[in-house]
Design a protein around this ligand. Structure first.
Ligand SMILES: [Mg+2]
Length: 292
């Protein structure tokens, strides 16, 4: 296809959209034969292709190594405020990591949703997990091996489901992540009656009952608190109230492709039409009024 053909402006009825965009002062023109827009394109492209993302996650895990050394030297240090329990100072040490977009990179699944216009569904997610083709989040393997070399136990707390645990262990093993076949190190949703919900606090507390937890590493507010489904203002309040923990005992890996941050924009009403969700995000963005 020649470039001129590809750049043909929209004709007929759709031309009205081009005119409407122009009237609204939009800087770009929509052309026919261009790929359809998708809200997830840039974020997914970034996490899969940009070295800026890779360098960022690598840096977070480099920081985690330094923090691990500090935490080992300070017996009062815990990454589970309010969940660690009493007399934890002399317990064996552990780190907790989320899996998806913290250790394993599922950008191929995200790219599939972007390319096909699908959204997340367990009907497609489980078959994807079973392909055992998740990639690695840069820096995670080096960090986990470092922690293990210091005698620190590794626990993965994931909202992957019980039925997905076997493939998850296989995927971790494929890259050489420390993990046991029995899955004692992988605490998935629904594995026990009291772990049926996605809220991770009961699983964090289970680790905290036997270990002093040095670091908690995740990509979603829900990896740190069960109150992640609040309003954007409530989420900001939690972030501020815990300001000193970020980059210390709590390490957040950037995930612009999905997460509770997105649901908060539309009250976690995921079933709303895409256009409505998009409008609610636009309404929540502060924007410059533009040149006078
Ligand atoms: Mg995650």
């Amino acid at each position: 296809m020649s470039d001129t053909t590809r750049r043909r402006p929209l004709g007929g009825l759709l031309a009205a959209s081009v005119i409407a965009l122009a009237a609204a002062g939009a800087a770009s023109t929509v052309y026919a034969d261009e790929p359809p827009q998708n809200d997830g394109l840039n974020a997914t492209y970034w996490t899969q292709n940009a070295v800026e993302f890779k360098a960022n996650t690598y840096a977070m895990y480099a920081l985690a190594r330094l923090r691990l050394d500090e935490a080992l030297a300070d017996k009062k240090w815990t990454a589970l405020p309010g969940e660690q329990g009493d007399s934890y100072e002399d317990k064996p040490t552990a780190v907790i990591l989320d899996i998806d977009e913290t250790v394993l990179d599922n950008s191929e699944y995200q790219a599939w949703t972007v390319k096909t216009g699908n959204s997340f569904s367990s009907k497609t997610w489980t078959p994807y997990v079973n392909t055992v083709t998740s990639r690695q989040i840069p820096g995670s393997l080096e960090f986990i091996k470092y922690a293990q070399s210091k005698g620190v136990a590794i626990y993965y707390i994931s909202n992957r489901k019980d039925v997905e645990e076997k493939a998850t262990i296989e995927n971790l093993k494929k890259f050489g992540y420390p993990v046991d076949d029995a899955g004692e190190m992988v605490l998935v949703r629904g594995e026990k009656e009291e772990w049926k919900k996605s809220a991770k606090s009961p699983r964090r507390m289970a680790v905290g009952a036997t270990h002093r937890v040095l670091l908690n590493i995740g990509d979603n507010l829900g990896d740190f608190t069960d109150d992640s489904d609040g309003t954007p203002a409530e989420r900001v309040a939690f972030y501020k109230a815990n300001q000193d923990r970020w980059g210390r005992e709590w390490i957040m890996i950037a995930n612009p492709t999905y997460g509770s941050w997105e649901g908060a924009a539309f009250g976690f009403n995921w079933k709303l039409p895409d256009g409505e969700k998009r409008q609610m995000k636009l309404d929540k963005m502060d924007a410059w009024a533009g040149p006078k």
